[in-house]
Design a protein around this ligand. Sequence first.
Ligand code: SF4
Ligand code: SF4
Length: 324
Amino acid sequence: MAQKYCQYLANLVFQRDGYTLCNKLWWKNDLFCSYKETRLEYFLKRREEILVNLYKGEVPTGCNDCPYLHDMEEDEFSNKIKNIEINHWTQCNCACSYCSNKDVSKLEITNKRNQKGNVEIMPILKQFEKQELLDKNLKINLVGGEPTVLKEFPDILKFVMKHHYSIDLSTNGIFYEKYIPKALRETPNSYMIISVDAGTRETFKKIKGVDEFDNVIKNLAKYVKEAKETSNRIMAKYMILEGINDNREEIDKWIEVCQSIGITSFFPDIEFCHAPKNSDVISDNVCEMYEYIKERIRTLNPKYSIPAYDFVDTFIKNKSFTVK
Ligand code: SF4
Ligand code: SF4
Protein backbone atom coordinates (compact mmCIF):
# COMPACT_ATOMS: atom_id res chain seq x y z
CA MET A 1 0.00 0.00 0.00
CA ALA A 2 1.32 3.47 -0.92
CA GLN A 3 2.47 5.44 2.09
CA LYS A 4 0.87 8.81 2.63
CA TYR A 5 2.07 11.63 4.83
CA CYS A 6 1.11 15.07 5.97
CA GLN A 7 3.50 17.51 7.65
CA TYR A 8 0.81 18.43 10.18
CA LEU A 9 1.07 14.99 11.70
CA ALA A 10 4.38 16.16 13.18
CA ASN A 11 2.46 18.88 15.03
CA LEU A 12 0.96 19.15 18.43
CA VAL A 13 -1.59 21.85 19.01
CA PHE A 14 -2.82 23.09 22.37
CA GLN A 15 -6.23 24.51 21.64
CA ARG A 16 -8.59 26.08 24.10
CA ASP A 17 -10.33 22.81 24.95
CA GLY A 18 -7.89 20.09 24.09
CA TYR A 19 -4.88 18.68 22.23
CA THR A 20 -4.82 17.83 18.57
CA LEU A 21 -2.18 16.81 16.06
CA CYS A 22 -3.70 18.82 13.28
CA ASN A 23 -4.96 22.39 13.26
CA LYS A 24 -6.44 22.12 9.79
CA LEU A 25 -9.36 19.70 9.60
CA TRP A 26 -9.16 18.59 13.23
CA TRP A 27 -12.90 18.85 13.84
CA LYS A 28 -13.71 16.13 11.32
CA ASN A 29 -11.15 13.57 12.34
CA ASP A 30 -10.33 11.70 15.48
CA LEU A 31 -7.15 13.55 16.35
CA PHE A 32 -8.73 15.83 18.91
CA CYS A 33 -8.68 14.95 22.64
CA SER A 34 -10.22 17.22 25.25
CA TYR A 35 -8.13 18.22 28.31
CA LYS A 36 -10.98 17.23 30.58
CA GLU A 37 -11.55 13.75 29.23
CA THR A 38 -8.13 12.66 28.04
CA ARG A 39 -4.83 12.35 29.81
CA LEU A 40 -1.75 13.40 27.91
CA GLU A 41 -0.34 9.86 28.06
CA TYR A 42 -3.40 8.52 26.23
CA PHE A 43 -3.12 11.27 23.62
CA LEU A 44 0.54 10.43 23.01
CA LYS A 45 -0.32 6.73 22.70
CA ARG A 46 -3.00 7.59 20.10
CA ARG A 47 -0.45 9.74 18.28
CA GLU A 48 2.03 6.86 18.21
CA GLU A 49 -0.65 4.45 16.89
CA ILE A 50 -1.64 6.90 14.14
CA LEU A 51 1.97 7.32 13.05
CA VAL A 52 2.69 3.57 13.09
CA ASN A 53 -0.45 2.92 11.01
CA LEU A 54 0.44 5.73 8.65
CA TYR A 55 3.83 4.20 8.09
CA LYS A 56 2.05 0.96 7.18
CA GLY A 57 -0.04 2.90 4.65
CA GLU A 58 -3.20 3.36 6.74
CA VAL A 59 -4.54 6.91 6.65
CA PRO A 60 -6.24 8.24 9.84
CA THR A 61 -10.01 8.73 9.76
CA GLY A 62 -10.83 12.22 8.56
CA CYS A 63 -7.55 12.70 6.71
CA ASN A 64 -8.69 10.75 3.65
CA ASP A 65 -9.89 13.62 1.50
CA CYS A 66 -7.59 16.22 2.94
CA PRO A 67 -5.63 18.23 0.37
CA TYR A 68 -2.57 18.27 2.65
CA LEU A 69 -2.12 14.50 2.40
CA HIS A 70 0.49 13.48 -0.12
CA ASP A 71 2.69 10.57 -1.10
CA MET A 72 5.33 10.14 1.56
CA GLU A 73 8.73 11.28 0.43
CA GLU A 74 11.92 9.53 1.36
CA ASP A 75 13.10 10.45 4.90
CA GLU A 76 9.96 12.50 5.49
CA PHE A 77 8.51 10.26 8.17
CA SER A 78 9.41 10.99 11.78
CA ASN A 79 7.81 10.37 15.14
CA LYS A 80 9.34 13.52 16.65
CA ILE A 81 7.23 16.58 17.35
CA LYS A 82 8.45 19.30 14.99
CA ASN A 83 5.92 21.99 15.62
CA ILE A 84 4.00 22.92 18.74
CA GLU A 85 1.21 25.44 18.45
CA ILE A 86 0.13 27.03 21.70
CA ASN A 87 -3.32 28.44 21.28
CA HIS A 88 -5.03 27.72 24.59
CA TRP A 89 -5.17 31.30 25.81
CA THR A 90 -8.25 32.49 27.59
CA GLN A 91 -7.37 36.16 28.02
CA CYS A 92 -6.32 39.10 25.91
CA ASN A 93 -5.47 42.71 26.72
CA CYS A 94 -7.43 44.16 23.82
CA ALA A 95 -10.66 43.43 21.96
CA CYS A 96 -10.07 43.44 18.20
CA SER A 97 -13.15 43.78 16.08
CA TYR A 98 -11.91 40.87 13.94
CA CYS A 99 -11.01 38.47 16.76
CA SER A 100 -12.15 34.91 16.12
CA ASN A 101 -11.19 33.83 19.65
CA LYS A 102 -13.52 36.39 21.11
CA ASP A 103 -16.47 34.79 19.32
CA VAL A 104 -15.51 31.16 19.51
CA SER A 105 -14.02 30.86 22.95
CA LYS A 106 -15.41 33.83 24.85
CA LEU A 107 -11.97 35.32 25.33
CA GLU A 108 -11.78 37.31 28.53
CA ILE A 109 -10.47 40.86 28.22
CA THR A 110 -7.94 41.78 30.89
CA ASN A 111 -5.30 44.43 31.45
CA LYS A 112 -3.34 42.18 33.80
CA ARG A 113 -0.27 40.02 33.24
CA ASN A 114 0.43 36.62 34.78
CA GLN A 115 -2.85 35.01 33.81
CA LYS A 116 -3.40 31.27 33.67
CA GLY A 117 -4.17 29.38 30.49
CA ASN A 118 -6.36 26.32 30.18
CA VAL A 119 -3.48 23.93 30.58
CA GLU A 120 0.03 24.22 31.99
CA ILE A 121 2.44 23.99 29.09
CA MET A 122 5.81 24.09 30.81
CA PRO A 123 5.56 20.73 32.66
CA ILE A 124 4.47 19.15 29.36
CA LEU A 125 7.38 20.64 27.43
CA LYS A 126 9.80 19.38 30.08
CA GLN A 127 8.24 15.92 29.96
CA PHE A 128 8.53 15.81 26.14
CA GLU A 129 12.14 16.85 26.39
CA LYS A 130 12.84 14.06 28.85
CA GLN A 131 11.07 11.53 26.61
CA GLU A 132 13.16 12.77 23.66
CA LEU A 133 9.99 13.49 21.71
CA LEU A 134 11.05 16.90 20.45
CA ASP A 135 12.75 17.38 17.12
CA LYS A 136 16.03 19.31 17.28
CA ASN A 137 14.54 21.94 14.98
CA LEU A 138 11.34 22.30 16.99
CA LYS A 139 9.33 25.44 16.36
CA ILE A 140 6.89 26.74 18.93
CA ASN A 141 4.10 28.89 17.53
CA LEU A 142 2.47 31.18 20.02
CA VAL A 143 -0.78 32.35 18.49
CA GLY A 144 -4.29 33.34 19.39
CA GLY A 145 -5.25 35.03 22.65
CA GLU A 146 -2.35 37.13 23.77
CA PRO A 147 0.81 35.20 24.70
CA THR A 148 2.36 38.05 26.73
CA VAL A 149 -0.58 38.00 29.14
CA LEU A 150 0.25 34.47 30.27
CA LYS A 151 2.26 33.64 33.35
CA GLU A 152 4.20 30.89 31.60
CA PHE A 153 5.20 33.02 28.62
CA PRO A 154 8.72 34.07 29.78
CA ASP A 155 9.45 30.46 30.84
CA ILE A 156 8.45 29.15 27.42
CA LEU A 157 10.86 31.64 25.83
CA LYS A 158 13.64 30.61 28.22
CA PHE A 159 13.01 26.94 27.39
CA VAL A 160 13.21 27.73 23.66
CA MET A 161 16.49 29.62 24.13
CA LYS A 162 18.01 26.93 26.31
CA HIS A 163 17.46 24.24 23.66
CA HIS A 164 18.01 26.44 20.59
CA TYR A 165 14.52 25.81 19.31
CA SER A 166 12.61 28.59 17.51
CA ILE A 167 9.48 30.62 18.07
CA ASP A 168 6.90 32.07 15.78
CA LEU A 169 5.10 34.63 17.85
CA SER A 170 1.99 36.66 17.12
CA THR A 171 1.34 39.47 19.57
CA ASN A 172 -0.53 42.74 19.74
CA GLY A 173 2.56 44.40 21.26
CA ILE A 174 0.70 46.05 24.14
CA PHE A 175 2.88 44.41 26.84
CA TYR A 176 6.65 44.57 26.41
CA GLU A 177 8.46 41.30 27.16
CA LYS A 178 12.23 41.52 27.52
CA TYR A 179 12.85 37.88 26.57
CA ILE A 180 11.36 38.32 23.09
CA PRO A 181 14.30 40.23 21.51
CA LYS A 182 16.68 37.94 23.38
CA ALA A 183 14.94 34.91 21.86
CA LEU A 184 15.10 36.50 18.40
CA ARG A 185 18.83 37.05 18.81
CA GLU A 186 19.68 33.72 20.38
CA THR A 187 17.60 31.21 18.43
CA PRO A 188 18.10 30.22 14.82
CA ASN A 189 14.80 30.73 13.06
CA SER A 190 12.50 32.83 15.22
CA TYR A 191 10.02 35.48 14.13
CA MET A 192 7.58 37.89 15.70
CA ILE A 193 4.53 39.50 14.13
CA ILE A 194 2.97 42.53 15.78
CA SER A 195 -0.49 43.42 14.54
CA VAL A 196 -0.50 47.19 14.29
CA ASP A 197 -3.36 47.39 11.74
CA ALA A 198 -3.46 51.19 11.78
CA GLY A 199 -1.38 54.30 11.21
CA THR A 200 -3.23 56.49 13.65
CA ARG A 201 -4.38 56.35 17.25
CA GLU A 202 -8.05 56.85 16.30
CA THR A 203 -8.18 53.96 13.84
CA PHE A 204 -6.22 51.71 16.19
CA LYS A 205 -8.75 52.39 18.94
CA LYS A 206 -11.64 51.67 16.60
CA ILE A 207 -10.14 48.30 15.67
CA LYS A 208 -8.64 47.17 18.98
CA GLY A 209 -11.08 48.67 21.46
CA VAL A 210 -8.18 50.10 23.51
CA ASP A 211 -6.21 53.33 23.33
CA GLU A 212 -2.75 51.75 23.05
CA PHE A 213 -1.41 52.86 19.65
CA ASP A 214 1.38 55.04 21.04
CA ASN A 215 2.38 52.35 23.51
CA VAL A 216 2.50 49.64 20.80
CA ILE A 217 4.70 51.83 18.60
CA LYS A 218 6.97 52.56 21.57
CA ASN A 219 7.28 48.82 22.31
CA LEU A 220 7.85 47.99 18.67
CA ALA A 221 10.67 50.56 18.51
CA LYS A 222 12.26 49.01 21.61
CA TYR A 223 11.99 45.50 20.15
CA VAL A 224 13.67 46.66 16.93
CA LYS A 225 16.47 48.27 18.92
CA GLU A 226 16.99 45.29 21.23
CA ALA A 227 16.77 42.67 18.48
CA LYS A 228 19.78 44.37 16.83
CA GLU A 229 20.92 42.50 13.72
CA THR A 230 17.88 40.20 13.92
CA SER A 231 15.38 43.10 13.80
CA ASN A 232 14.30 42.03 10.30
CA ARG A 233 12.60 39.10 12.04
CA ILE A 234 10.08 41.53 13.50
CA MET A 235 7.12 42.05 11.21
CA ALA A 236 4.56 44.82 11.45
CA LYS A 237 1.19 43.54 10.35
CA TYR A 238 -1.67 45.40 8.73
CA MET A 239 -4.96 43.54 8.64
CA ILE A 240 -7.07 45.20 5.97
CA LEU A 241 -10.58 45.65 7.32
CA GLU A 242 -13.36 46.72 5.05
CA GLY A 243 -14.70 50.17 5.80
CA ILE A 244 -12.25 50.74 8.67
CA ASN A 245 -8.65 50.95 7.50
CA ASP A 246 -8.94 50.03 3.80
CA ASN A 247 -7.68 53.34 2.47
CA ARG A 248 -4.36 54.66 1.18
CA GLU A 249 -4.13 57.45 3.73
CA GLU A 250 -4.19 55.09 6.72
CA ILE A 251 -1.85 52.64 5.01
CA ASP A 252 0.66 55.39 4.20
CA LYS A 253 0.62 56.55 7.82
CA TRP A 254 1.19 52.96 9.02
CA ILE A 255 4.15 52.59 6.67
CA GLU A 256 5.50 55.97 7.74
CA VAL A 257 5.35 55.26 11.46
CA CYS A 258 6.87 51.78 11.00
CA GLN A 259 9.68 53.21 8.88
CA SER A 260 10.39 55.86 11.51
CA ILE A 261 11.16 53.19 14.13
CA GLY A 262 13.29 51.01 11.88
CA ILE A 263 10.84 48.31 10.79
CA THR A 264 11.98 46.56 7.60
CA SER A 265 9.47 43.67 7.39
CA PHE A 266 5.87 44.47 6.53
CA PHE A 267 3.00 42.02 6.60
CA PRO A 268 -0.27 42.86 4.80
CA ASP A 269 -3.13 40.53 5.60
CA ILE A 270 -6.85 40.17 5.05
CA GLU A 271 -9.52 39.13 7.49
CA PHE A 272 -10.80 35.67 6.71
CA CYS A 273 -12.40 34.56 9.96
CA HIS A 274 -15.52 36.72 9.84
CA ALA A 275 -15.61 38.02 6.31
CA PRO A 276 -16.39 34.67 4.60
CA LYS A 277 -19.43 34.25 6.85
CA ASN A 278 -20.98 37.32 5.29
CA SER A 279 -19.85 36.88 1.73
CA ASP A 280 -17.47 34.70 -0.19
CA VAL A 281 -16.36 37.67 -2.26
CA ILE A 282 -13.38 39.82 -1.32
CA SER A 283 -14.16 43.39 -2.29
CA ASP A 284 -12.25 45.06 -5.12
CA ASN A 285 -11.06 47.70 -2.68
CA VAL A 286 -9.60 45.21 -0.19
CA CYS A 287 -7.78 43.43 -3.04
CA GLU A 288 -6.54 46.78 -4.31
CA MET A 289 -5.27 47.84 -0.87
CA TYR A 290 -3.47 44.51 -0.44
CA GLU A 291 -1.66 45.03 -3.72
CA TYR A 292 -1.09 48.69 -2.85
CA ILE A 293 0.80 47.73 0.35
CA LYS A 294 2.90 45.19 -1.50
CA GLU A 295 3.76 47.63 -4.26
CA ARG A 296 4.57 50.50 -1.85
CA ILE A 297 6.90 48.31 0.20
CA ARG A 298 8.57 46.88 -2.88
CA THR A 299 9.33 50.32 -4.30
CA LEU A 300 10.20 52.16 -1.06
CA ASN A 301 13.40 50.38 -0.20
CA PRO A 302 15.04 47.28 -1.69
CA LYS A 303 15.90 46.15 1.85
CA TYR A 304 12.25 46.01 2.89
CA SER A 305 10.55 42.63 2.81
CA ILE A 306 7.06 41.13 2.75
CA PRO A 307 6.66 37.50 3.83
CA ALA A 308 5.50 35.08 1.16
CA TYR A 309 1.89 34.35 1.97
CA ASP A 310 0.64 32.21 -0.92
CA PHE A 311 -2.56 31.38 0.91
CA VAL A 312 -3.75 35.00 0.94
CA ASP A 313 -2.25 35.78 -2.46
CA THR A 314 -4.48 33.04 -3.93
CA PHE A 315 -7.59 34.51 -2.26
CA ILE A 316 -6.70 37.96 -3.60
CA LYS A 317 -6.08 36.63 -7.09
CA ASN A 318 -9.48 34.92 -7.09
CA LYS A 319 -11.16 37.83 -5.23
CA SER A 320 -12.82 35.08 -3.26
CA PHE A 321 -12.31 32.98 -0.11
CA THR A 322 -13.03 29.88 -2.19
CA VAL A 323 -9.87 28.33 -3.51
CA LYS A 324 -10.59 27.28 -7.09
S1 SF4 B 1 -4.04 15.17 6.36
FE1 SF4 B 1 -5.28 16.99 6.75
S2 SF4 B 1 -6.63 16.40 8.45
FE2 SF4 B 1 -4.94 14.94 8.38
S3 SF4 B 1 -3.40 15.72 9.77
FE3 SF4 B 1 -2.93 16.51 7.73
S4 SF4 B 1 -3.90 18.49 7.60
FE4 SF4 B 1 -4.79 17.38 9.30
S1 SF4 C 1 -4.95 40.52 19.93
FE1 SF4 C 1 -5.57 38.59 19.02
S2 SF4 C 1 -6.59 37.47 20.66
FE2 SF4 C 1 -6.48 39.62 21.29
S3 SF4 C 1 -8.46 40.46 20.69
FE3 SF4 C 1 -6.97 40.85 19.03
S4 SF4 C 1 -7.20 39.13 17.60
FE4 SF4 C 1 -8.18 38.56 19.55
